[in-house]
Design a binder for this molecule. Structure first.
Ligand SMILES: Nc1nc2c(ncn2[C@@H]2O[C@H](COP(=O)(O)OP(=O)(O)OP(=O)(O)O)[C@@H](O)[C@H]2O)c(=O)[nH]1
Ligand SMILES: [Mg+2]
Length: 890
């Protein structure tokens, strides 16, 4: 017996399930042919499938014919279930691509054709519904050749006898054109051997076609005969290997891992090691429709279902089998899943995670801030099916929020990205060239760097880090795509480089490059498009074209076929929402809209999207564009637009002029520290201290020359205008500012970023900034840091220049300390508490203290510091002293 795994793929309603039914009947697996419309097929068994008359889940059945044993996988054809279909492709020896003889090549057929090519699956074509087709075989074949570009051969015109192919001369000649071997034999008048033909099929040199009607069981025997004649059993290795292609659950909730063995064999109760698990297979099932038999042993080539594995994933390789590449079909919409009012969110999240195991494309996401659960999906029909499925499995009726488009980003010109990571005793430096690729190309990685500059192992590590995760663009924080990233330079340190350092430097280099590209106007938002095929009565072409244009579509010139107009084009998913219904209405049911995902292309309304997303790459500290360099013994953040003055670019030809990169002065981010100094001030600074290392911790403290009457007056004015009446009344009283140290650090972007890499550095930087501020402000300042998790910590109060710094003792939080201190101090002083912690704000307000959020405080610190500098300039004073001293009695 020759064993093969055969998948059936096609656009929706082409007749895949009906063809499966006929094949199973002819192969003796079933005694009666069921019908999709009668809800009694062997494979469309799920309730949802019977209700809707469409296939939603891929399913398996077995049959044999002659000496051929076939494992058949029926797949869904609806665009919204493309991910499920694609998972099957990775385990097929052959596919049957079903074409509806009535509708010809549809949009989705082209997508499938592309996928089959990518997965290198050899294909047979079954041109179905010939009982109701309007076109002849010849016309249909030409339609295939025009639309799918391949060698298609009508097998009905050929015969096989004694291992040799004979038949219609024209068709034989077509067959001979498939490859050189066949052509040579044919030209020499030699017979065309079946083995040569089989090999040509496996190599996808040509595609055998069979015509028929699945519903009437016509042409199905012929198809089976062709499969018998021209398929080959693959060769398998000795060692056990299996590819996981699907995860599911049976009616009793058992977790099912569907695999195909690609080598060796697997016994029941055998242990399998994968990822970090070693688990025993508790049962091996061979499914046939809804039924299954339990096997004691599975052998290479078989598609079977394993129980007992708890953490397998589609695409995973077990034993001697590599993991598959990431799937090509991606979700394009994001929806919030909303449970009924009193339904617990954690339960819903757990349920959704279970569904995600089965369909990783869902990418279930928990948004902590808004307490929302979001999922990615392919299209609106999928939400309806999910809703039903969630109800069936978890007995809860969920609803969905409005669908949001999933965007991507790319760049339009080459750019160099530089990332450096060097906190104390760490070191990594990375230079990347990021170049645009054509739409749909995805991300390509390469290395073009001499080993003299950077050792091969480090280069490989950078490539690993580039490939290990999704990188975000800087326009809206969407995943980047269609770029080639090449390692062009870098440095490691003999002693200090550790594995994780290159990860940091690599991520930062990508982001720095993208940020630069955005600043130079070379970043672009992409959105998903549907490939559209619209068939309408000829006299409605004008209207249809206007519709597509209004929807920002692009199309080819219209075609006329049998009095019907055909428009083929591409339209943003965002724009075409319910157009199918419109078409049905304005054509009186004559029109047909066929959609298929075409991929990502430039967005039709980027400005709107940017406003709506309101993404600020400077605040996205998990994806920092900045680098880390040392200064004065601590790690310091150097902003992206200055990284290159520390680690000069490798390529000069892709350099963007510097002015274009500097953030415009009017840009949204409020001034921070010394970053937004104007040029004159900067010049003064440079004369006094030498070049400024921006945002680096500076021991420099600016303080009015004379903190006498004038400063006191200025202070009074400042707080009179800034802190409202309550404070004005107390302005003459002694004043205290209590600062929740870590809360402020987390709220200030610069510090939060620093905190990620160097907690001491972040604290030191904060204290320096506050010290400057206090010098102008004059109120006593107490900065409180939690140390309550420090075991045995007894707490301490230290003085840092003009500040009091409190480290709380074990089991005492900063909140608790501030609360108590406020309570004490407020009796005879004005107290201002700086925190963004809501609960804390309410408590201190209750005790009569003022409160400022950490964000607001950041603005004040920046304002005051800048004001102080300007005062200096106006008085034409040189700055003196590089260390601040407490004014009196230090
Ligand atoms: N006239 C005619 N109708 C057919 C033929 N094959 C299938 N159909 C009908 O076409 C419709 C769709 O058939 P299915 O077998 O469910 O199509 P499918 O490709 O499995 O559809 P999905 O799984 O939803 O993608 C049903 O109403 C079938 O009865 C055929 O050869 N001739
Ligand atoms: Mg089906």
């Amino acid at each position: 017996m020759k064993e093969i795994v055969l998948g059936i793929v096609a656009h929706v309603d082409a007749g895949k399930t009906t063809l499966s039914e006929s094949l199973l009947f002819d192969g003796g697996t079933i005694r009666q042919i069921g019908r999709v419309d009668h809800q009694d097929t062997y494979l469309d068994t799920a309730e949802i499938e019977r209700d809707r008359g469409i296939t939603v889940f891929s399913k398996q059945a077995g049959f044999s014919y002659g000496d051929l044993a076939v494992t058949l996988l029926d797949t869904p054809g609806h665009v919204d279930f493309s991910a499920e279909m694609e998972r099957s492709l990775q385990v097929l020896d052959y596919a049957i691509l079903v074409i509806s003889g009535l509708d010809g090549v549809q949009s989705h057929t082209r997508t499938l054709w592309k996928l089959l090519r990518e997965y290198e699956v050899p294909c047979f074509l079954f041109i179905n519904k010939m009982d109701i087709a309007r076109e002849s075989r010849e016309e249909l074949l030409n339609n295939l050749r025009e639309n799918l570009h391949g060698d298609f051969v009508d097998m009905g015109a050929l015969r096989l006898a004694d291992g040799v192919v004979s038949g219609d001369d024209d068709v034989l000649e077509e067959l001979a054109m498939a490859n050189e071997e066949l052509l040579e034999a044919y030209s020499n008048g030699e017979p065309l051997a079946a083995t040569m033909v089989s090999e040509a099929i496996v190599r996808r040199d040509f595609f055998p076609c069979v015509f028929g009607s699945a519903l009437k069981n016509e042409g199905v025997e012929e198809l089976l005969q062709v499969l018998c004649n021209y398929t080959m059993e693959p060769e398998y290795g000795e060692e056990f290997g299996a590819r996981v292609f699907k995860i599911g659950r049976d009616k009793n909730g058992n977790r099912l891992t569907h695999v195909r063995l690609i080598g060796g064999s697997l016994k029941n109760r055998q242990e399998i090691t994968y990822g970090e698990h070693t688990e025993k297979v508790t049962e091996i099932r061979l499914y046939n429709g809804e039924r299954y038999e339990s096997l004691q042993e599975a052998h290479a080539g078989q598609v079977c279902t394993l129980l007992g594995l708890s953490d397998t994933k589609p695409g995973q390789g077990l034993g001697a089998c590599d993991d598959a590449d990431v799937p090509l079909m991606e979700a394009v919409l994001n929806y919030q899943v909303i449970p009924p009012e009193d339904y617990p969110l954690p339960t819903l999240l757990a349920n959704m995670r279970q569904l995600e195991e089965e369909d990783p494309a869902l990418q279930v996401e928990w948004l902590e801030e808004t307490k929302e659960i979001h999922i990615n999906i392919m299209g609106p029909v999928q939400t309806e099916v999910l809703q039903q499925e969630i109800k069936r499995r978890f007995s809860v009726v969920v609803t969905f929020g409005p669908g949001k488009i999933l965007y991507k980003e790319t760049i339009t010109g080459p750019i160099e990205g530089v990332g450096h990571y060097e906190p104390l005793r760490h070191f990594a430096d990375v230079h990347l060239l990021i170049e645009p690729l054509e739409n749909g190309a995805g991300i390509q990685l390469a290395s073009d760097c001499s080993q003299d500059i950077l050792a091969l192992n480090w280069q490989r590590l950078i490539l690993t880090h580039l490939g290990e995760r999704m990188h975000r663009g800087t326009l809206i924080g969407a995943p980047i795509t269609d770029v080639k990233i090449t390692v062009i330079g870098g440095r490691a340190h003999i002693k200090h480089t550790e594995g994780g350092d290159f990860r940091q430097a690599t991520y930062r280099a990508v982001r720095q490059g993208l940020k630069k590209a955005a600043a130079a106007g070379m970043a672009q938002i992409l959105e998903p498009f549907y490939q559209v095929r619209l068939t309408i009565p000829q006299d409605m072409i004008g209207r249809a074209m206007m519709d597509l244009e209004r929807m920002h579509g692009t199309m080819e010139p219209p075609l006329i076929e049998d009095g019907m107009g055909v428009l083929i084009g591409r339209v943003p998913v965002a724009c075409i929402a319910d157009y199918g219904k419109d078409v049905a209405v304005y054509t009186g049911g004559m029109g047909q809209l066929s959609l298929s995902l075409a991929g990502y292309y430039p967005c039709h309304n980027p400005e709107e999207v940017i406003v709506e997303k309101d993404y600020d790459s400077d605040r996205d500290i998990k994806n920092s564009c900045d680098s880390v360099f040392p200064a004065h013994g601590v790690a310091s953040i150097v902003p992206w637009f200055e990284v290159e003055s520390y680690s000069p670019p490798v390529l000069t030809e892709v350099k963007v002029e510097e002015e274009r990169l500097r953030p415009a002065p009017s840009e949204k981010a409020p001034s921070k520290g010394y970053n937004n100094l104007d040029e004159e001030l900067e010049a003064i600074f440079v004369r006094t201290f030498g070049p400024i290392r921006r945002r680096l911790p500076s021991q420099t403290v600016i303080r009015p020359k004379d903190d006498g009457a004038k400063a006191a007056k200025a202070r009074e004015e400042y707080f009179a205008t800034h802190e409202g009446a309550a404070n004005r009344r107390k302005a003459t009283k002694k004043g205290y500012i209590l600062v929740d140290g870590y809360n402020v650090i987390h709220a200030w972007k610069e510090l939060a970023e620093l905190m990620e890499v160097d907690i001491h550095g972040a604290r030191g930087r904060l204290l320096d900034m506050l010290s400057n501020f206090q010098g102008v402000d004059g109120r006593e300042m107490i900065v409180v840091f939690d140390a309550y998790r420090v075991k045995g910590g007894s707490g301490s109060t230290q003085q840092y220049h003009n500040l009091y710094v409190v480290y709380t003792k074990e089991a005492q939080t900063a909140d608790a300390y501030i609360e108590r201190a406020t309570h004490e101090l407020v009796k005879d002083a004005s107290v201002t508490v700086v925190t963004s912690d809501r609960a804390e704000q309410i408590i201190v307000a209750g005790s009569g203290a003022l409160r400022i959020s950490s964000e607001e405080f950041e603005r004040r610190v920046a304002d005051v510091t800048r004001q102080a500098l300007e005062d200096y300039r106006s008085e034409n004073n040189t700055l003196r002293g590089s260390t601040f001293r407490l004014q009196d009695g230090e």
